[in-house]
Design a protein around this ligand. Structure first.
Ligand SMILES: Cc1cc2nc3c(=O)[nH]c(=O)nc-3n(C[C@H](O)[C@H](O)[C@H](O)COP(=O)(O)OP(=O)(O)OC[C@H]3O[C@@H](n4cnc5c(N)ncnc54)[C@H](O)[C@@H]3O)c2cc1C
Length: 396
């Protein structure tokens, strides 16, 4: 599956694997193995263990308390922890607002916020999208109007993942309605306990509460929480996006899912034409995933060597990553047969010690299938990514 890995990276991969297997708490490992729901406490516990090992904040410089890894090591870490059932690192603090504050924040903002992010004591969410501003983010309407030493914020943010867990939100707001859309946008840090904030759950197709709509009604935000100056929000949003490239194909969880599918196939042992067709589909998916891993390794090598991240490579990885994820979860449901048609969200909370029945295992796979649909929407929809590729290729 993994091609052309240097001995140094292979040794690092083994180190990450050994650490994860030895240190991931058993209850979290069980949830990861069975695909059960993880709570905030699960993520925090794992992130704190990584911090103690010096492996949290993979991209932050060592002097700032991070691991200081280059992109190739970051990729190996993300893949290997996922393969061994560990929770993903929640990006909103450490991978999003943290690097923004390091690059654009004042010394006071850095001193106030970076330690809480590094220790996973302060939880962040990302308030960018709005009901009519998702793909066309520059049209966002939430306003921040200066009033003395505060901004008064009014508007609503949509799909704000984990806002119900968050202490703070990094938010794009409109500070100038006259300027060109992008130039009127600013980047504001908002304490979620401020009066006037109302967080309402959105339950997605998988029956779970991951995301929210956040209403902001005359929310008074200290002006010192503005990052990068008025009108600097769009540049910061672009900077933030370019930091997310290494995780965009998210191959680790797909490799894990493929291994699970092979196990399921062996257990269910479908015969005849169905068995042959499924065997072919699994082989095809494996070839496509191997190709994606090779592409990802190649692009990451180029980026790690200083190559431009501006090209269409990230869009290619995003599209292929989501297509392969959705293909794998469709195969899983085909193997499960009629049982896969039913999904009960309660199965995601299977009690400690209990093993899933065949119906519950199918239900957990159905959850994978349903949740997998949102991967082609968030982080820039696949249609938007295709548009970016077309523009790059046709302009060449
Ligand atoms: C589960 C989930 C979690 C999310 N978490 C967050 C979060 O934490 N914070 C946050 O800020 N946002 C979050 N989002 C929002 C996400 O970024 C947006 O949903 C996404 O950018 C799409 O915007 P939209 O939903 O407004 O759809 P629209 O932009 O209205 O798009 C609707 C459809 O039209 C297509 N389309 C739109 N414009 C074009 C075009 N120019 N060319 C071709 N096709 C086009 C789209 O591809 C899509 O199929 C989340 C979304 C989901 C589903």
């Amino acid at each position: 599956m993994l091609l052309d890995e240097s001995p140094e990276l292979a040794a690092f991969r083994a180190e990450v694997r050994d650490f994860t297997r030895a240190n991931l708490p058993a209850d979290i490992a069980r949830k990861g193995r069975l695909g059960l729901e993880l709570g905030k406490d699960d993520y925090v516990r794992w992130q704190k263990l990584l911090r103690a090992r010096g492996w949290f904040a993979a991209a932050w410089p060592v002097e700032a308390g991070g691991a200081g890894w280059d992109l190739r090591k970051q990729l190996v870490f993300i893949q290997e922890t996922a393969l061994n059932g560990a929770p993903m690192i929640i990006p909103y603090g450490v991978n999003m607002v943290g690097p923004v504050l390091q690059a654009f924040g004042t010394p006071e903002q850095q001193a106030r916020h970076l330690p809480g992010i590094l220790n996973s004591d302060v939880w962040w969410c990302q308030g960018y999208s709005e009901p009519n501003s998702g793909s066309d983010l520059a049209s966002l309407k939430t306003t921040a109007v200066r009033d003395g030493d505060h901004y008064i914020v009014n508007g609503t943010k949509m799909w704000t993942t984990e806002a119900h867990w968050a202490d703070w939100m990094h938010c794009l707001v409109r500070t100038d309605r006259e300027a060109k859309p992008q130039r009127g946008i600013s980047f504001l840090l908002i304490d979620m306990k401020t009066p006037g904030i109302d967080i309402r759950p959105i339950v997605t197709i998988d029956g779970q509460h991951h995301t929210n709509q956040v209403f902001l009604d005359d929310v008074r935000v200290p002006a010192e929480n503005l990052v990068g100056g008025e009108g600097g929000g769009w540049s910061i949003a672009k900077f933030l996006l370019s930091n997310e490239r290494v995780a965009i194909a998210d191959t680790g969880p797909k490799m894990k899912l493929l291994a699970e599918i092979k196990e399921m196939f062996a257990t269910v042992a479908p015969t005849g034409v169905t068995g042959t067709m499924l065997r072919q589909k699994i082989a095809d998916a494996e070839i496509q995933l191997t190709t994606l891993c090779a592409l990802e390794q190649e692009y990451v090598k180029i980026w790690a060597g200083g190559g431009s991240k501006e090209g269409p490579q990230a869009s290619v990885l995003k599209i292929r990553g989501t297509e392969i994820l959705q293909m794998l979860s469709e195969i899983a449901l085909e193997i499960e047969g009629p049982l896969g048609a039913a999904h009960d969200p309660a199965d995601l909370h299977l009690g400690e010690g209990a093993n899933p029945s065949p119906a519950q295992r199918a239900s957990l796979m159905a959850h994978h299938y349903l949740y997998g649909r949102c991967w082609s929407i968030f982080g820039g929809t696949n249609e938007i990514q295709r548009g970016l590729i077309a523009r790059a290729v046709l302009a060449a």
